[in-house]
Design a protein. Sequence first.
Length: 334
Amino acid sequence: MVESTSSSRAQLQPIIDYPVEFQPPDIAEWWQGNTGTPFVYSFAAERSGPHLLITALVHGNEPAGAVALHRLLSQQLRPSRGRLTLAFANVGAYERFDVADPRASRWLQEDMNRIWSPDILAQVPPRSADVARAAALRRFVNQADYLLDLHTTQHPTEPLVLAGPLARSRELARTTGLADLVIVDRGHAQGRRMRDYGAFGDPKASRTALLIECGQHWEAASADVAYAACIRMLERLSMAPDAFEAPSASLPREASRFVEITMPITIKHEFVFALPLRGGEIIPRAGTVIGHDGGEPVVTPHDDCFVLMPSQRLWAGLTAVRLGRLIAPSARAA
């Protein structure tokens, strides 16, 4: 199903508008790339090492990641070992970004971060422009040993890492310290994310992916966190060059808080929140009504229920919110 991205789509839940605090960068100068694929650059060091892929703009209305990649490219940063690939993903959606209506350019026809399945990417012709672009990026995703996918959230929240269900991703999230909070999850019913694609989601493989939510979409601080996360990833993989622009955002030495998602809520009809949730809340009592889906109450499944990323896109088939519980860093995912 190809979705509408209209910011004026009717829903019962009122939309909260947040200001755009920084000027999204003009990335036109990077269109040619150096890989044969527009807006994708790849740089190899003389010393052997891992291949790190950093992606931004999987969602076209999340410009913080574009700021980070623009900074890396502008200072001609090169890895000290291995290979570094930088990819602006959904450039077509980003080209439509308008500060007067910043919610409207998330995708062109469908969410690029819900289509990472081999059968979808292999379709000829592609079913949407978003699938066509993902298919063009697939070879870089297949080649990478590590993926850092830069994202931001709808509501203001602390930075967090979505590590997926695999122990190796959880451990990488802990040791890199991109954010203090790590989420152990299995994605969305709507479709597979890039971070779960191919070997990144294979329990028997070694390739490892992290998705970082750097803060609210248009907060200036989110762009600072995105750049700092890129530098931290390079440092922890021993790929950072001797000289680079120092990040202004401070990151933790390592992650200390882990949340396992126990109940992702996929909308069946139309969802309306009963509580003013923004993400990060812990609801003390099981059975607390947090919203209604087509009139049916949706309740917390257990005590001390962690609320993750409540959505403002409350349409059937999408994820309204994810609920979870705090776990020890070494705990196994369910």
